[in-house]
Design a protein around this ligand. Sequence first.
Ligand SMILES: Nc1ncnc2c1ncn2[C@@H]1O[C@H](COP(=O)(O)OP(=O)(O)OP(=O)(O)O)[C@@H](O)[C@H]1O
Length: 380
Amino acid sequence: MFLALDQIGLRYPGAAQAQQANSPSSSQAMARGQRRGAVEALSLSLVSGQIGVLIGPSGCGKTSVLRCVAGLERLHSGRISIAGEVLADAAMGRHLTPEERRIGMVFQDYALFPHLSVADNIGFGLRHLSRPARAARIQEVLDLVGLAHAAKRAPHQLSGGQQQRVALARALAPAPRLLLLDEPFSSLDVDLREHLSQELRAILKASGTTALFVTHDQAEAFAIGDVVGVMHQGSLEQWDAPYDVYHRPATRFVADFIGHSVFTPGRIVQSEQGPAVLTPVGSLMDAEACALASAYPGGLCDVLLRADDIIHDDLAPVKAQIERKVFRGADFLYTLRLSTGERLMAHVPSHHDHHVGEWIGIRADVDHVVTFAKQASVVE
Ligand SMILES: Nc1ncnc2c1ncn2[C@@H]1O[C@H](COP(=O)(O)OP(=O)(O)OP(=O)(O)O)[C@@H](O)[C@H]1O
């Protein structure tokens, strides 16, 4: 492994971690004196050239992980290494300074020097090079980010997106072993974010840079990452290919956090073709991955149904009433209620424009059947 975080933990001195404030179970744990840290026993790894993305709700510890890797925080526990070199090891008391780590960083506020040209901003970290070598490297990264024409401009003469590309070029210029990016596009508008996230991936791949990226935005995470990690209360719940995070969520939290979905009650039975899950929208099969009936008492479980698993089909025998609808351009996000009371969500093409209160036919088309142990909060 190129980058390895092994069971890292971080506690901010004297901080009551805000992330736990809304969680009854954690406040009980805190009352028992088991206060959790901002990062708890978190492990992840990247091979050289891979892009990892951390997502999770506000306060879950994403930035704290980057700060640990950058060397801005001392580990409470665990170990971080790059290409076999140990950067930090809590047990050994080892902690390399940020400068010693040779890691690049790009943050939300581009923090370009306003009085320096684009080229001089990029050359700032290259003062150890000879003048010609520095000029050549500046040209190289300007070409990489598509800003060769803007070398002599001042940052304020560039758009937000261009400024962020300069910040990226500046971070890439010293050829860091690893690049850390913390919500670099969060102050940009949605269209630009989408465009820049594709561009960023292409730039990182072209330069063979290993990167760890933090975002709130799931679409951005899926567009950029080779591996996506979902964090919750300081822990990493899943670290996996984007496809698997979406289709094979490892925990109930990941299933709930990613995409639009609901949990609906189900019962797993053994059929001739394998296990089948009986749900209010019909029987679901996934011979490859479905849990066996014996996995849960009486086979009773909660089934994950994503909005894109529910198809609007007027010929379907199952009917649902539209409770809410949100126009999203290409489709509507319908919140539906079955006559038995269960709620579902469905992405429906926007030319299927039905009124709130109308009953429509639906069926489930589920490739990956994901089940969890029953939880009392699911409407029966
Ligand atoms: N310097 C600090 N001192 C004390 N507590 C801190 C400090 N920085 C962060 N925390 C706390 O640590 C927890 C994790 O914060 P962190 O910034 O890593 O979360 P995040 O997932 O990046 O959040 P966001 O998405 O809102 O930026 C939060 O409860 C936060 O309040």
